[in-house]
Structures are given as C-alpha cells and as structure tokens.
Design a binder for this molecule. Structure first.
Ligand SMILES: C[S@@+](CC[C@H](N)C(=O)[O-])C[C@H]1O[C@@H](n2cnc3c(N)ncnc32)[C@H](O)[C@@H]1O
Length: 236
C-alpha cells in the first residue's frame, strides 16, 4: 500500500488524534515553534499535506491566506467542514495544481516524511514558489526515526539498531488516552532532505531542532530532538 493510501485509511483516527484538546505535541509545543519560523503574511500560502486543517485554520487567524492541499479525500472533507469559508483541495504534493512562480509561501508541516515521493514534492514546492518565496518544513527529526529509547525512564539509552543512512518505511502503532493511531512514514537521513532542497534550488536559511519543552526537566525527549524545522528560500 502506498503511504498516500495508508494515510487515507487512517484519516478518521487522525481526526480524533489531532483534534483532542492538548493530546498531540502540536498543541503542547510544536505549533508555536513552527509559527516563529514563518515569514510575515504576504500573498498566498499553500499548506501541503494539511490533513484535517488545524494549522491552516491557525494561520488564517494570524492573517495568512491559506489554501490547504492533501492527498486524502477524507482529510480534505474534514478540513472543509471545519472551515467552510476556507479553500481545501485534494492534491498530491508531487503534483501541485498551481502555475510556476505564483506562490510566496509553501509549508509542509509534518507531511514530507509521510509522502511516497518526497523529492517530487520538494521540487513542486520550488516550482510554484516565486523568487524569494519560502518553503517551511516540519519533520520527524531523522535521528528520532533512526532509533528509539530502550525504555521510558529519564536516563533510558537511545539506541540505533539499523543504519541511520538506510532509507526505510516504518509504521508505528500508538495508543494513548483511549485514542489509537498508526503513523506510516519513511525514515530518510537528513542528507536526503537537504539534497532534495539543493537540487530544487532552495537554500536553507534557518533551522531548529525541537525537543519536548513541555516535558519535566531531564525528560528523555529533552536529550534527543523530536522534530526538525527548516526554512528555505527560492533563489531569484
Ligand atoms: C502527520 S499528517 C499531518 C497533517 C497536518 N499537516 C497536521 O499537522 O495536522 C500527514 C499528512 O500528509 C498527507 N499526505 C501523505 N502523502 C501525501 C501526498 N503524496 N501528497 C499530499 N499529502 C500527503 C496525509 O494524508 C496526512 O494528512
């Protein structure tokens, strides 16, 4: 099954997971760190892999004009229902329905690691961006997807059993507070993302490695970053 189809089949689980108040890292610390990375609102923003639309809605409240795009028809249906005045469309990240050099900001928040054709999506973002436009990305940090903590204790060792460099698909089933979710993604090393950006003509201008700032001091997720944020600019 493609990742695209796997996410469509998880869409209702994702809806419950993403909208449960305070449940996801998005609400606890992830969103605000990402918003800090964004340029000021100017022109149209594309949210590629928008899911049920939480970030598009939050950005709209902050003055951005956002079109949400996702490969999953179920996700787009939920996004449109939550924001009837918004613009949400079914589209693959590797084939964006916009003309060249027409967009000032593309965001891909926690979606590139879930796409079958990450390189194609980065090239599409670069194609639609006007010169000086930005692509802002949040990812599962490649060190996070490369290994795992051996236990839940504060001093648990973080262990890599497989090669960090080896591209592989993985699936993680999580159950927390009565909600179940299966995350289907690719582990790709950091250089896969930086190579895709470079070959698309995008220059990284800022980055952040995001740990769990909401956890108690000494938590294991303060030793290893959970997420990676990148902001890249399309050269003129
Ligand atoms: C972890 S969810 C993130 C959703 C949203 N950005 C958020 O944080 O709430 C990943 C999303 O990527 C979407 N996706 C997967 N493959 C895609 C593709 N090829 N093109 C567009 N979206 C895709 C999935 O349908 C899913 O909605």
């Amino acid at each position: 099954m493609t990742l695209r189809d796997a996410w469509e089949s998880e869409a209702d689980h994702w809806l419950a997971w993403a909208r449960a108040p305070g449940h996801d890292s998005y609400w606890r610390f992830h969103r605000d760190r990402f918003l800090e990375l964004l340029p000021e609102p100017a022109g149209l923003t594309l949210d590629v892999g928008c899911g049920e639309g939480r970030l598009a809605r939050d950005m709209t409240k902050r003055g951005y004009e956002v079109t949400g795009l996702d490969a999953s028809p179920t996700m787009i249906g939920h996004a449109q229902a939550a924001d009837p005045g918004g613009d949400y469309r079914v589209a693959d990240g590797a084939s964006l329905p916009f003309v060249d050099a027409s967009i000032s900001l593309v965001i891909a928040f926690m979606s590139l690691q879930d796409m079958d054709d990450m390189e194609g999506a980065v090239h599409e973002a670069a194609r639609v961006l006007a010169p000086g436009g930005r692509l802002c990305v949040a990812l599962v940090h490649p060190i996070n997807s490369a290994g795992r903590f051996e236990s839940r204790t504060l001093d648990a060792p973080f262990v890599l059993r497989e090669s960090y460099f080896h591209l592989r698909r993985y699936s993680i089933e999580v159950e927390r507070d009565g909600l179940r979710m299966t995350f289907n993604s690719y582990h790709r090393p950091l250089q896969a993302y930086t190579a895709a950006l470079a070959s698309a003509g995008l220059l990284v201008e800022r980055s952040a490695e995001v740990a769990d700032s909401s956890a108690p001091p000494g938590d294991r997720w303060q030793r290893i970053p959970l997420f990676l944020h990148l902001r890249a600019i399309r050269a003129g």
